[in-house]
Design a protein around this ligand. Structure first.
Ligand SMILES: NC(=O)c1ccc[n+]([C@@H]2O[C@H](COP(=O)([O-])OP(=O)(O)OC[C@H]3O[C@@H](n4cnc5c(N)ncnc54)[C@H](OP(=O)(O)O)[C@@H]3O)[C@@H](O)[C@H]2O)c1
Length: 332
């Protein structure tokens, strides 16, 4: 059996903010399967800030399209471990179909009752695991401590607040790029205070939102947010530096901030960058921590879901512009 597929490829390297013209759609027929291979019809795929970095680095192609985390159903199998109907997680995401072999390490996904499948690309996927690793292994958050998270309304940011609350955080403060997002952060997403970083200097806005300072800063943004976080941290505070989304469009011109880096010494802070892929051994512990809480409804994954593979680029560009609340996903 073969299937007609549509995939995305990168057409050119963007200058600054990417546009739809940087991509092209590609159609074809999947090849006949070889022994050990499976044919998967994708049902969800993930668009992520790291794809913006791939656009400059090259080597993004994978399988029929571009690399991206995805969930799909096996529709033909020549591998007994993955019979037809099995739901799998894999990384050949930016295409309607995927042809996978053992080298692609597909993983069987069996979502328990009460846990929506999409969660395996959001709170129970790399996004939630990044939040968990940053809080537990890097910042070593303790009960009663106060937290500031930048990029708070995004996939990682919303997961940080949910996980920090369960870990016993006292006050959780977030920053995001619009008044509507700030209202959602404090209204429904569990934050105690929040500010719109477009309203002024993040350092001044944070000083108002967290006048007594914080113990942990989970930074997704970098630049002036990092400077603000350093200023707000108490003695022996910790920074889990997760990302720098403010500078992905123009990596050759990094921001001048933080200008207060020496305060890391002055306040005996610990600033540690991390990559979730260096912590894959945490998965079992992480799933045991979160799955029952999602199944019981104690934690509700925050997601923005865009329908239709043809809208993948729109979803990706929208995520970079901040059109998402929670993890941005595409449903096929
Ligand atoms: N270290 C790791 O292993 C690891 C793993 C996963 C993700 N990450 C990082 O975690 C961060 C969040 O990733 P995510 O997948 O959860 O994406 P996300 O936060 O859901 O989406 C990106 C968000 O970035 C914000 N943004 C865009 N330009 C900005 C700017 N100039 N200044 C401030 N905010 C800006 C937008 O929200 P606003 O409306 O608020 O601007 C947008 O919603 C990224 O930095 C990513 O690279 C790191």
């Amino acid at each position: 059996m073969t299937a007609e597929f549509t995939a995305l490829r990168q057409a050119r390297r963007p200058q600054g903010r990417p546009t739809p013209d940087d991509f092209r759609f590609y159609e074809g027929k999947t090849p006949e399967l070889e022994p050990g291979q499976i044919l998967v019809a994708n049902s969800y795929l993930s668009v992520d800030p790291y794809h913006r970095e791939f656009m400059d680095e090259g080597g993004w192609e994978k399988g029929l399209g571009l690399e991206g985390r995805a969930l799909g159903t096996v529709i033909e199998s020549r591998e007994p471990a993955f019979p037809e109907g099995t739901v799998v997680f894999h990384r050949h995401g930016w295409a309607t179909h995927a042809v996978l072999g053992a080298e692609d390490k597909p993983r069987v996904v069996e979502a328990p009752a009460g846990v929506p499948l999409s969660t395996y690309l959001s709170l129970l996927g790399g996004t939630g695991m990044t939040a968990y690793v940053g809080l537990v292994r890097i910042a070593r958050l303790q009960p009663g401590e106060d937290v500031f998270v930048s990029g708070a309304a995004g996939g990682v940011g919303t997961a940080v607040a949910q996980i920090a609350r369960v870990l016993g955080a006292r006050r959780i403060v977030g920053s995001a790029g619009s008044a509507a997002k700030v209202a959602q952060l404090t209204g429904v997403l569990g934050f105690d205070a929040a500010f719109n970083y477009r309203d002024g200097s993040p350092a001044e806005l944070l000083a108002r939102a967290a006048p007594e300072g914080v113990d942990v800063f989970f930074d997704n943004v970098g630049g002036d947010h990092l400077e603000a976080g350093i200023a707000a941290l108490r003695h022996h505070g910790r920074i889990a530096w997760c990302g720098a989304v403010a500078q992905y469009d123009d990596p050759a011109n990094p921001p001048a901030a933080p200008r207060n880096l020496y305060d890391v010494v002055h306040k005996a802070l610990r600033l540690e960058g991390f990559l979730v892929r260096d912590h894959l051994d945490v998965r079992e512990e992480f799933e045991a921590f979160l799955t029952p809480r999602i199944a019981s409804g104690e934690i509700v994954p925050a997601e923005t879901v865009v329908d239709g593979f043809e809208n993948t680029v729109t979803a990706f560009l929208g995520m970079l512009k901040g059109e998402n609340v929670g993890k941005m996903l595409v449903r096929l």
